[in-house]
Design a binder for this molecule. Structure first.
Ligand code: NAD
Ligand code: DAU
Length: 335
């Protein structure tokens, strides 16, 4: 299978590129290398003859055509602006990449005769749920500029199925964690701050609930949807491990040998969704199931960050410091 994967230098994208190569696919990776895109994430596949990198923007039709080259069997769109807090601080880039970029990609894929298109989306498009779990038929009620942009991308992708008969599948994954996640998200931020003995900024009361999934389980879910998903269908991909942010924080402090004195309750995120929870039975019916136990995967993730300061210390400088100052009102751990 010849795959065009976008956003392959990011956190989930790089894991998905590795999975696709391991499963025998030929991969072209189109990535703009934003602050979140890191070529080091794919260092070990650079020499693989089945792998090709194209530096470019999914919103730029010429770049997309260059990446498509003489064709592909499917597109898997993982490129996105992905961080909720940045979408609140500086929203403009979000619809540009997540809606317009997705639209350009769909159009160029269809023009090139590529039938299959997987739009990697998020559970955040459903908004918050007090009890029970979201199914794929629930209404869209995104809360943040990020999730509203992702919802726009989903609707564009589904429209390409309805209007043009393209074989589009949308996946909606839950909160993902593991190695190589940019240290702006809860788990890598708190792990790296704690390793440095710095405060961990918990928003509000910390009792918000997220449904956690390991990056490898998320990727096998996307792969299952790519291979077996029904055209026009949406598939939730949830890990099924629900926990409050405070619970996650305490586990991280424990695993890094720190105590709760590092917890700093800071102002809540505006419009903060209280709880996410996914019903993934539709994808499970295709034979997928998450395999990682949360506690084991968290231990492995903390171990990775402990061993790979060479990966995250350079990130926690430059642009990251400006972002940290704007978001938290003071310098980052490594500043
Ligand atoms: P990330 O921020 O780590 O990586 C995004 C990648 O996309 C980067 O390599 C970046 O350079 C690239 N990119 C950004 N804009 C681009 C553009 N215009 N053109 C080409 N490349 C561009 O993101 P992630 O956490 O790996 O998320 C990947 C996808 O999965 C996103 O679509 C996100 O919405 C979705 N998702 C993420 C999570 C999560 O918890 N991280 C959960 C569910 C869904
Ligand atoms: O649910 C899927 C989504 O998960 C993805 O679509 C997004 O791309 C991804 O960023 C993630 O969004 P969240 O906003 O849920 O993740 P984040 O890691 O930013 O925050 C997780 C929870 O932790 C959330 O309730 C906010 C809280 N938090 C986060 C940060 C960064 C804090 O309390 N303090 C923090 O400093």
């Amino acid at each position: 299978m010849r795959l065009l994967i976008t956003g392959g230098c990011g956190f989930i994208g790089s894991a998905f590129v590795r999975l696709a190569l391991a499963r025998g696919a030929e991969v072209t990776n189109l990535d703009k290398l934003t602050y979140a895109g890191n070529p080091k994430n794919l260092a070990e596949v650079e020499g693989d003859p089945a792998y090709r990198f194209v530096h470019g923007d999914i919103a730029d039709a010429d770049a997309v055509r260059a990446a498509i080259g003489d064709g592909a069997d499917a597109v898997v769109n993982l490129a996105a602006e992905s961080h909720v807090d940045r979408s609140i601080l500086a929203p403009a880039e979000f619809p540009r990449t997540d809606v317009v970029g997705t639209t350009v990609l769909l159009h160029e894929a269809r023009t090139a005769g590529i039938e299959r298109f997987v739009q990697v989306s998020t559970d955040e498009v459903y908004g918050s749920i007090e009890s029970g779990s979201f199914t794929e038929t629930d209404r869209l009620a995104p809360s943040s500029p990020y999730s509203a942009s992702k919802a726009g991308g989903d609707l564009q992708a589904l429209a390409w199925h309805h209007t043009f008969g393209m074989s589009v599948v949308v996946t909606r994954g839950s909160n993902t964690f593991g190695p190589r996640q940019y240290p702006e998200k809860l788990i890598p931020l708190f792990v790296t701050n704690a390793l440095d003995g710095q405060p961990v900024p918990v928003y509000g009361d910390g009792m918000q609930v997220r449904d956690w999934i390991s990056v490898d389980d998320h990727c096998t879910g996307i792969w299952t949807a790519l291979e077996r998903g029904e055209p026009g269908a949406i598939y939730n991909i949830g890990g099924g491990y629900e926990a409050t942010n405070l619970d996650i924080t305490r586990r991280i402090l424990d695993l890094t040998g720190r105590d709760e004195s590092l917890i700093e309750h800071v102002a809540d995120r505006p419009g903060h969704d209280r709880r996410y929870s996914l019903d993934s039975s539709r994808l499970r019916a295709l034979g997928w199931a998450p395999t990682a136990a949360f506690a084991d995967a968290l231990v492995a993730t903390v171990g990775w960050y402990r061993d790979r300061r060479d990966w995250w210390e350079p990130i926690k400088s430059g642009e990251y410091r400006r972002y940290y100052e704007a978001q938290y009102g003071r310098g980052s751990a490594s500043s």
